[in-house]
Design a protein around this ligand. Structure first.
Ligand code: TXA
Ligand code: MG
Length: 332
């Protein structure tokens, strides 16, 4: 076994926390069965205890250890068969073995099977279910490379495994399969349409307009993923807002604008103040670069970041969700 995997596994078994890569974002992991270890995650992140964690498992055979899925077996088999390992988390009734701190006292547990070789090897080596939120201080932009984790969590965690850039770049889709009609609680790379096709039934999609502040609705915090720099959004393709800003402003488009030199000149901005998430505007590419671009601009000392919204189709719904929440604190 690779020495890093062995060290991480030992740390987890001993009640420590480690940073691990997943295909979505980097996670801050602890043994989910160890209350004290899980408490460390909340302390390191500064995360309120009423925001439950996701349990990470090696494969669907682990589900019976931690959840009561009997009533939802058909749905569970369809979802895990089609998408696991991969960026979708399912909500199921929890078993008593899962400490309340993981689920914030809810009687359901969120479970996901990550698709990153390093995370999977640590799961295999430790044989433990791992509770892991994104490895960022609570409320801040999620990390998609190890450099971002180091920049924000610094020396608070001893073992951090580098797994390169996350390929998806957005947190997993969260699907509640216990409701009468399955419901998306957090949009992600796996869309309601794709899920509905696999299940052969309707799925209630996530509506970005309904971001409630109800603490009983986990995962629905109105403000999240926030930059420190003021972040303002403009509609896709509508550049009217830009004329009101100059000086220490950064502008970020979904795709490389054709005449970005001209745009920079018009707005009286240096060309380096203009960025884009993806050269061709492909939304998977945008998702992959979203958080790293926001973090880069956030640490570049601009007064304002003006950011274009994506088209709201496919993964664009999840991208728009993250951007809307990131900008929420600057809208008041
Ligand atoms: O892609 C991901 O899911 C990443 C990687 C690290 O796996 N993890 C992640 O965790 O995004 P976190 O803690 O940042 O987000 C977990 C979300 C929270 O919004 C939480 O409210 C929701 O999952 N959640 C957890 N348990 C839940 C439950 N029983 N019912 C509803 N939502 C739940
Ligand atoms: Mg998070």
């Amino acid at each position: 076994m690779n020495a890093d995997i062995a060290a991480a596994s030992r740390e987890l078994k001993g009640g420590g926390v480690v940073v691990l890569p997943t295909e979505t974002v980097y996670g801050l992991a602890a043994n989910a069965l160890d209350e004290k270890a899980v408490r460390k995650i909340f302390t390191i992140k500064g995360r309120p205890l009423n925001n439950p964690l996701i349990l990470h498992v090696l494969d669907s055979s682990w589900l019976v250890r931690y959840s009561h899925g009997e009533k939802y077996l058909v749905r569970v088999e369809k979802i895990t068969g089609a998408f696991w390992p991969g960026p979708i988390t399912i909500i199921l009734p929890k078993k008593a073995i899962i400490p309340d701190i993981v689920t914030s006292g809810f009687d359901t547990v969120a479970i996901r099977c990550p698709d990153h070789p390093i995370f999977r090897e640590v799961l295999r080596a430790s044989d433990l279910p791992l509770a892991a939120p994104s490895a960022n201080p609570f409320g801040y932009v999620s990390p998609t490379c190890i450099g971002q984790v180091k920049a924000t969590l610094g020396d608070r965690v001893k073992i951090m495994l580098d797994g390169g850039e996350c390929t998806v770049g957005l947190e997993s889709t969260i699907l509640d399969i216990t409701s009468t009609v399955p419901k998306i609680l957090r949009p992600g790379a796996i869309t309601a349409d794709a899920i509905s096709k696999v299940l052969g039934e309707d799925v209630i999609d996530y509506d970005v307009q309904i971001v409630s502040e109800n603490p009983n609705a986990p995962g629905q915090l109105k403000q999240h993923y926030c930059t420190d720099t003021r972040l303002l959004l403009f509609e896709y393709g509508n550049r009217d807002l830009l004329q009101y800003f100059a000086g220490k402003t950064a502008v970020v488009f979904m795709q490389r604008p054709e005449n970005f030199d001209g745009i920079a000149k018009n707005l009286q901005l240096p060309t380096e103040a203009i960025s884009w998430f993806s050269d061709d505007g492909n939304l998977n590419g945008v998702a992959k670069n979203l958080f790293s671009t926001l973090q880069r601009l956030d640490s570049a000392h601009y007064d304002t970041i003006l950011c274009e919204r994506p088209r709201r189709t496919g993964i664009g719904i999840a991208i728009d969700d993250r951007l809307s929440r990131a900008a929420a604190k600057f809208r008041q």
